[in-house]
Design a protein around this ligand. Structure first.
Ligand SMILES: [Fe+2]
Length: 241
């Protein structure tokens, strides 16, 4: 499996605090069946002020650690980018790393505030699309606004935004509301990929198998494989060539 959303890079956000923890998470990821990760630390102005430089330094440290310890995991780095007007500045300054490519566009992993979808947010996603960037909305099933009003997703889907659902939500680890929205999105066939969004070993581990098995009961084995393997690979493969 290929994971396009996780916080394993050491010491730069609320994920792995240090290399040792990152390596323990990496071992757990391998055990669950991951072969490749695109690590996506937060870029959240004022909270996690990551830059391409801070991210690539953490990635180099992590990669060296993986090699030293013989952990068979290939890693690349991008970011989970917080919604906000600063994003336009970041894009114009080439300071925003992309998750990959999809149908000729770059793909950006976009995080909305957890309580709501900001009013007029689709204007920013439209701006991104006009710049040949396809937003991939991170874990819509865990957004309180979308739990209340799932139809709020409609304009984003009509624009061509992609959806990343967190595997643990599908399995029920984020509660019944997140699970039922995750299942509904799978039933509607609007989920592009599943990802782990791993932060730590205890509450948010680097696991996807259980979520994938739940998803397979909804969309079938073949499509579940596409959600954890084929589509993430198609999006992120250039990082690994
Ligand atoms: Fe995340």
């Amino acid at each position: 499996m290929i994971d396009l959303h996780n916080h394993l890079l050491p010491g730069i956000d609320d994920g792995a605090p240090d290399l040792e923890t990152a390596l323990a998470l990496a071992r757990a990821a391998v055990q669950d069946g991951f072969t490749h990760l695109v690590c996506t630390p937060h870029i959240h102005p004022g909270r996690y002020d990551n830059t391409p430089a801070s991210i690539s330094a953490a990635k180099a440290e992590f990669e060296a650690g993986l090699q030293r310890h013989g952990i068979a995991l290939k890693v690349a780095a991008a970011a989970e980018v917080r919604f906000g007007m600063e994003l336009m500045v970041g894009i114009n300054q080439n300071a925003i790393p992309f998750l990959g490519e999809w149908q000729g566009n770059k793909v950006l992993l976009l995080e909305f505030p957890h309580g709501e979808i900001p009013f007029g947010a689709e204007r920013l996603t439209q701006w991104l699309l006009q710049h040949n960037i396809t937003p991939m909305i991170a874990h819509p099933e865990r957004n309180k606004g979308l739990m209340r009003t799932p139809s709020r997703l409609k304009p984003f889907l009509e624009q061509g935004c992609l959806l990343q659902v967190t595997a643990a939500s599908v399995a029920g680890s984020f509660g019944p509301a997140a699970q039922s929205l995750a299942h509904a999105l799978l039933e509607q066939g609007v989920v592009a990929i599943l990802a782990s969004d791993a932060h730590n070993l205890v509450h948010r581990p680097p696991k996807m198998t259980e979520g994938m098995q739940h998803a397979a009961r909804i969309v079938g084995e073949h499509q579940a494989e596409a959600l954890v393997k084929h589509t993430p690979w198609e999006i992120a493969q250039y990082h690994f060539q």
